[in-house]
Design a protein around this ligand. Structure first.
Ligand SMILES: Nc1ncnc2c1ncn2[C@@H]1O[C@H](COP(=O)(O)O)[C@@H](OP(=O)(O)O)[C@H]1O
Ligand SMILES: [Mg+2]
Length: 283
């Protein structure tokens, strides 16, 4: 089991890898003509930014000698990874579609997995310069004004100075008279609409919040949205960090339709459908 000492030792590489990857992404973001977009086998897009962010993270986390399972290295064989005790689960650029559309809603996700349970997590939102951090049984936090930096070398003390515990306690967050429901901006299905129609039966004035990437988990953790319904595929690297950040802020994630938990390091890395609730969600 990872003890507090190991956790303190691993927090800086986790954070610095994400902030450095954010710098790689933002360097590409400025040059729309040079995104070098292509489609992967599953027909989802990949850009130069995904590749550079992956390379940055791999180079920075390599010296930890903990193996990496990344969206841009997904060809890793199940037999090779199934017995890993520790690994980094990485989405170097989550929300590639939003990146291409230019709406700023993209993130870097890194989760430290121990026996297939997320023990530490970071979601970095480079455009908004926000860093969300969670440790199992240690809470969730947000740190603002963390600019993308290709040479980031934050120490443990620098990271934990000036961060804010989640959920937020400010007035903008609660109480809120209407149920706020997050959905993917670009990936909705008829089942998403049906699910929302059922919610509307009891909450006719509910508010839809369309948002790309794992940033939805961050909004739930902060308490800015109450509920998130996901009825299209995601992969394990899309959810591991966000799920811990939400859980440590008092929220929860449950699979649809069976009300179970998301499992990690499965043979098939695609998640079942799920719903998330913030700490204060009333349904
Ligand atoms: N048709 C599709 N095209 C692109 N991504 C899809 C998709 N269906 C599901 N996804 C998943 O949805 C993620 C984005 O989340 P959201 O829809 O909440 O913005 C993608 O992560 P990547 O952007 O890392 O590939 C991808 O894993
Ligand atoms: Mg993703």
């Amino acid at each position: 089991m990872i003890n507090d000492k190991v956790r303190m030792y691993l927090l800086p590489p986790l954070i610095n890898a994400a902030v450095r990857a954010g710098a790689s992404i933002m360097n590409v973001y400025k040059n729309l003509d040079d995104y070098d977009i292509s489609l992967k086998d599953d027909k989802t897009p990949i850009t130069l930014a995904d590749r550079l962010a992956h390379k940055t993270i791999r180079e920075y986390l390599g010296p930890t000698r903990i193996p990496i399972l990344s969206e841009e290295g997904r060809e890793m064989l199940y037999d090779e990874r199934r017995n890993w005790e520790l690994y980094w689960l990485v989405d170097p650029l989550d929300g590639t579609v939003e990146f291409i559309k230019g709406n700023n809603e993209f993130t870097v996700n890194i989760a430290l997995m121990e026996n297939n349970v997320c023990m530490g997590a970071v979601i970095y939102v480079p455009y908004f310069e926000k860093l969300y951090i969670a440790g199992r049984d240690a809470g969730s936090y947000v740190k603002e004004h963390v600019a993308p930096d290709s040479g980031a070398e934050y120490t443990y003390d620098e990271i934990v100075t000036g961060w804010t515990r989640l959920p937020l306690e400010c007035e903008a967050v609660r109480p809120h008279p209407r149920l706020r429901v997050a959905v993917s901006r670009s990936h909705q299905t008829p089942e998403t609409a049906e699910h929302i129609a059922r919610l509307r039966a009891t909450h006719p004035d509910l508010e839809i919040v369309e948002q790309g990437s794992s940033y939805k988990f961050c909004l739930l953790a902060e308490g800015r949205v109450d509920y998130y319904v996901r009825t299209t595929h995601t992969y394990e690297w899309d959810t591991a960090a966000g799920e811990l950040i939400l859980a440590e802020a008092g929220g929860r994630t449950r699979t649809l339709p069976d009300d179970g938990v998301l499992r990690y390091n499965e043979k098939d890395l695609r998640n079942p459908w799920f719903v998330c609730r913030s700490k204060y969600c009333v349904i």
